[in-house]
Design a protein around this ligand. Sequence first.
Ligand SMILES: Cc1cc2nc3c(=O)[nH]c(=O)nc-3n(C[C@H](O)[C@H](O)[C@H](O)COP(=O)(O)OP(=O)(O)OC[C@H]3O[C@@H](n4cnc5c(N)ncnc54)[C@H](O)[C@@H]3O)c2cc1C
Length: 270
Amino acid sequence: MTMQNEGTREIAEEIEARTKANPDFARKLGDFGFIELEDTWGDETTILNTARVSTSNRRLRSVEDLTEKDRTLLFHLLSQHHGTPFETVYFRFRFIAPIFVLRQWVKHRISTWNEFSMRYRKPISAFYVPDREARTVHRFEVVSAEQTERYAALMERIFEFYEAEYRISCQRIDEAVEKGLIPEGKTDPAARNPYRARAREILRSAIPVSAYSDVYWTVNFRSLMNFFDLRTKENAQYEIREYALTAFDLFAKKFPLLSDLYKKAGQIHS
Ligand SMILES: Cc1cc2nc3c(=O)[nH]c(=O)nc-3n(C[C@H](O)[C@H](O)[C@H](O)COP(=O)(O)OP(=O)(O)OC[C@H]3O[C@@H](n4cnc5c(N)ncnc54)[C@H](O)[C@@H]3O)c2cc1C
């Protein structure tokens, strides 16, 4: 990947910095992909305490206090798909993934999304390039290295097209302002220039689904389990499966007991 705009270089630097600062909970995927488990709320005790609200006054304050009986109850709740206690634990992931992966991920409606928008900034000028493993089915390369090179060259040209056309629009706007044809777009420094903003809105239509986007994903554990279940299966597309398996690893590092019981309940497909 040769050409990257300034915003993209900043994101690349941040990926490096986050991976170093938070090595247990941040991972790179391929050329530009990234996922980090940034924050969590609640733990095994939250699940058990909320599950026991109508059956017992026993309340756990720390995971260290868990007895064998508590572990058995947790396993029972997991394997019997008890819903609401698992809705009390929350996770916030940040991930940078190709738009086609995001389109599958966003179908998981029971979660909160905050996504990078090309209306406000130029696109992230990095695109997904499948490696050999991604291009191989049953040891047969369905898209060759040569084809991948042609694909990458086309993607490069699209991003060059965007940069060139955006530059032309900005020049047109600046000249029109100088000639007094249109007012200074930006009176308040915090506001967007409406002319440049409209140019970005139009030109983003040229950006392919292989381009990367940046997302904060906040999700409760019940919905996260559903995501793991559906997106780690063999029939999920290779790329989202890679993200789902990595997300599961990060979750497992943070919650070893919960993830062990979850695996024992047979709900992860690795
Ligand atoms: C292999 C695979 C192939 C797929 N192919 C396609 C495809 O071709 N086209 C496509 O559009 N999608 C496709 N999907 C997406 C799929 O249909 C789901 O939208 C996605 O997996 C999210 O699952 P979900 O609805 O369970 O998750 P969420 O939206 O997070 O919902 C979680 C749960 O909440 C409940 N729920 C949420 N909304 C409603 C509602 N409106 N009514 C009732 N209950 C609700 C359900 O119990 C649901 O399981 C595919 C998914 C997979 C895994």
